[in-house]
Ligand binder design. Structure first.
Ligand SMILES: Nc1nc2c(ncn2[C@@H]2O[C@H](COP(=O)(O)OP(=O)(O)OP(=O)(O)O)[C@@H](O)[C@H]2O)c(=O)[nH]1
Ligand SMILES: [Mg+2]
Length: 437
């Protein structure tokens, strides 16, 4: 393994930047960079860093000795001043002592290859970094630091124990003895039940992170773009008094309390002869069907229009919002929420409504672990193999086939934790990581 380095913080001007370095021999390189002959391990200290004799920065350093490090290798971290010039100079200094630039996810990949973490835990590291709200953090942490790997390995061992009993059965029958341990069937039945319960407690990241799409829809000129901007806290969409200003979907993220949402502004719905606007309107109508939450923005009550939007809302929740309450009379009888994008009045109530509607929708406490598509496919395969094995046992089919299915099930679980993996799989998993993780 070579010595690799990477910037672990974004490549932008900041108070400090952090570099990570890992690989056998990296401490030798650090001696050249610092002119020091030894280091105290696991303790923060200050040191000058030199590039071929000239001072680059006086920085904080922590040195780790393998296997007691993130990667399991000798490694160290540098906390330097966060200037772009300093960063470039440190990169030059590292290259000068023969360190190589790390690939995305290289540190976590090494941690996996050095048995510091399982493959699904390595995946959870990326999921934790990807998480944009508290729910994602809670679930990724459960997969990363909880007992998910241990549970999966436990199931694999339980399957093995049953397979050993089935194989003993095969040996018995080879010797002409008829011996059927009926508890094998009930034990496998019970195991399948417990495993299915475990799988039911897992939520696919794809499904989970696709939630929380909010769409602003309604008639032209009702102030959708103004409400959108006010929700974001900055001027993202163009606002004008010309009806039909917004022609396209405009998206952004909002963070409220511990949640984040994707919000989209859309073209006002009206009959128009303008071809571009027609396309925008068609897009709005299509998006209403897909959104998790539609905020129908109106100036005044229009029951027919509101009903039309509600009907289009196939899978999501609909909230009717009256805007421009600074110039129109507040109509709280007919609207779920009354706001003024101009003055900001009513926006706390609107944000609470949004937040509550998702809290009711996505009960993340129902789930224990955040998993990926790869895990879901493997878990489904395991359930299928166990089911075939069970019906094989019940119908006294060839026990060799039953043993084979149990082996397949075990192998699926091995792939989840990474006891079995291919280079292609590792490539696919780590390609999407941040540099420096
Ligand atoms: N008085 C008042 N005017 C508002 C308010 N919100 C928006 N407006 C005005 O209403 C006009 C239309 O606002 P937009 O936000 O562009 O409305 P829109 O619904 O996005 O319009 P289209 O994209 O054309 O469908 C602009 O002149 C805004 O300044 C409000 O709360 N009070
Ligand atoms: Mg608009």
């Amino acid at each position: 393994m070579s010595v690799v380095f990477a910037l672990a913080t974004p490549p932008a001007k900041s108070a400090i930047c952090i570099f990570r370095v890992s690989g056998p021999g990296c401490h030798k390189g650090l001696k050249l960079l610092t002119n020091k002959s030894s280091f105290e391990h696991g303790r923060f200290f200050l040191s000058s860093i030199f590039d071929r004799g000239s001072l680059v920065d006086r920085a904080g350093l922590v040195v780790f000795e393998g296997p007691n490090s993130y990667t399991g290798e000798d490694s160290f971290e540098v906390y330097a001043h966060g200037g772009l010039g300093v960063m470039a100079s440190i990169v030059g200094a590292f290259k000068g002592v023969g360190f190589d630039e790390a690939a995305p996810g290289e540190f976590t990949k090494r941690a996996f290859l050095n048995n510091k973490i399982t493959l699904n835990e390595a995946e959870s590291v990326a999921d934790l970094i990807d998480a944009t709200d508290e729910r994602g953090v809670v679930l990724s942490n459960r997969s990363l630091y909880g007992d998910m790997s241990k549970t999966v390995v436990g199931f694999a061992e339980d399957i093995d124990r049953i397979r050993v009993r089935v194989e003993a059965e095969i040996d018995f029958s080879d010797e002409g003895n008829e011996y059927m341990d009926s508890s094998v069937i009930s034990d496998l039945d019970r195991l399948i039940g417990v495993f299915e319960l475990f799988v039911g407690g897992c939520v696919n990241k794809k499904m989970f992170s696709q939630k929380n799409n909010i769409l602003l829809a309604g008639p032209v000129n009702s102030g959708k773009s103004s409400v959108f901007n006010r929700l974001l806290g900055f001027e993202r969409a163009i606002v004008s008094d010309v009806p039909g200003t917004t022609r396209d979907l405009i998206g952004s993220e909002i963070f409220y309390e511990s949640s984040s949402f994707s919000v989209f502004d859309s073209a006002g719905v009206r009959d128009t002869s303008d071809v571009i606007e027609q396309t925008g309107v068609a897009l709005s109508l299509a998006e209403i069907k897909k959104a998790d939450l539609v905020l129908g923005v109106f100036e005044k009550f229009d029951g027919v229009f509101i009903d039309r939007l509600k009907q289009l809302c196939e899978s999501g929740v609909f909230i009717s919002v009256q805007n421009k309450t600074d110039i129109f009379e507040v109509d709280s009888k007919n609207f779920d929420c009354c706001v003024s994008a101009k003055t900001g009045s009513g926006f706390n109530a609107l944000k609470n409504l949004i937040s509550d509607s998702f809290d009711n929708n996505v009960k993340h406490d129902d789930y224990k672990y955040l998993i990926r598509e790869r895990h879901e496919v493997l878990f489904k395969g395991v359930v299928k193999s166990l089911g075939i094995a069970l019906s094989g046992l019940k119908q006294s089919e060839a026990l060799e086939l039953v043993a084979e299915e149990l082996k397949n099930a075990r192998s699926g679980l091995d792939e989840v934790v990474g006891k079995k993996f291919s280079d292609d799989l590792l490539g696919d998993i780590f390609r999407g990581y941040c540099i420096g993780k």
